[in-house]
Design a protein around this ligand. Structure first.
Ligand code: UFG
Length: 350
């Protein structure tokens, strides 16, 4: 297929692009490099090798620049959009909501309009478990039937796009035009390409696994590289928050499976997780097993907006299109991240 990957210079986007290239697809990336990395594009090209020459392009630009996006779509005969580009920090979204609605919601709207103008047939959207908000304890593991109730602008900005896609799809169907979409609600994506080609580099870094690894490498700005555990008085087995950590390679595998399964008229919503929850302390223990090093921790205050327990029921995607996470051992997830962080302590920075 001919895929436009927005945000292809980011963590998840770059992993998806490499996978698509390895599968023989044609991929063009549009990324404004605000938080993505040119070096990630270079790393994808290198890892994809000679065989991907002529099948991979990169354009620096905004998804809301419809002139540019439409030219890219037409020049590359794009039939599928994978829309990864977004702002993704919950805390930042609370302080700068308009930026989140502009980039995530208005940006997606513009992209979908371009997709319509250029006759794009498939749209795979990076949504988030943040659309669920804080589910009641008896609703976890979370099924897609749970009514979305985001508690921050990040989750709301993504949920609006889900609605937009649904309404657009209804209209396309009524008009007899071939279109299909999927909203993939990510849980906690972690790990790095196991060949070592690609990694995870966020600035600022807020995610648990990279923060712990940076602590071990002495790279955190905080005193003595100590992990602050955000609360140990939650109603969970060890008092720390429980999340569903899914390997980035499995996550991008779900994108490819979904893309291949989409038939005209489809509108699919799937959770992407492994279906098992691990606590912050269990992640720390995994890192200690994998690295053989002791992680210094302290118990800090709770972080606003953190639900106690959040993990997926990934049964729907398994039943409907046969996708299941293959990497279910958290040590394997952590080991893949550790390999990349050790080899690239500055991430993609020179
Ligand atoms: N945590 C710490 N200390 C840290 C960093 C994180 O204790 O220094 C804890 C958090 O409190 C949380 C867990 O580690 O309990 C995981 O935190 P992350 O920030 O790695 O991930 P979140 O679960 O907060 O966020 C993820 C995605 C978001 C998405 C959200 C949906 O990264 O994009 O799930 O709820 F919005």
């Amino acid at each position: 297929m001919n895929v436009l990957a927005t945000g292809g210079a980011g963590y998840i986007g770059s992993h998806a692009v490499l996978r698509l290239l390895r599968d023989g697809h044609h991929v063009v990336v549009v990324d404004n490099l605000f938080r993505g990395h040119r070096a990630a594009i270079d790393a994808v090209a290198k890892a994809a090798g000679e065989g991907a020459k002529g099948r991979f392009g990169f354009v620096q630009g905004e998804i809301s620049d419809s002139g540019l996006v439409r030219k890219v779509m037409r020049d590359n005969a794009v039939d599928t959009v994978m829309h990864f580009a977004a702002l993704t920090y919950v805390g930042e979204s609370v302080n700068q909501p308009l930026q989140y609605y502009r980039t995530n919601t208005a940006g997606a709207l513009s992209l979908i309009e371009s997709a319509e103008a250029c006759g794009v047939q498939r749209f795979v959207f990076s949504s988030t478990a943040a659309t669920y908000g804080e589910p009641p304890a008896d609703k976890v593991p979370i099924q897609e039937t749970l009514a979305p109730a985001p508690i921050n602008p990040y989750g709301a900005s993504k949920l609006m796009v889900e609605r937009l896609l649904s309404d657009f799809n209804t209209a396309q169907k009524a008009a007899g035009k071939p279109f299909a979409y999927a909203c993939l609600r990510y849980f906690n994506v972690a790990g790095c390409d196991r060949s070592g080609a690609l990694g995870e580099h966020h600035e600022p870094e807020t995610h648990l696994v990279p923060i712990i690894l940076q602590c071990l490498l002495g790279l955190r700005p905080q005193a003595e590289n100590t992990l602050s555990i955000f609360g140990d008085d939650y109603p969970t087995p060890d008092g720390t928050c429980v999340r569903d950590y899914v390997h980035v390679e499995d996550l991008v595998d779900a994108h490819v499976t979904v893309m291949n399964a989409l038939k005209p008229g489809d509108g699919r919503i799937y959770n992407l997780g492994i279906g098992n929850g691990l606590s912050v302390k269990q992640i720390v223990q995994s890192v200690e097993r994998v690295t053989g090093m002791k992680v210094k921790t302290k118990i800090g205050p709770r972080r606003a907006g953190d639900p106690a327990t959040l993990y997926a029921d990934p049964g729907k995607i398994a039943r409907e299109i046969g996708w299941k996470a293959k990497i279910t051992n958290v040590d394997e997830i952590v080991a893949s991240a550790w390999a990349w962080f050790k080899a690239n302590p500055k991430g993609y920075a020179k």
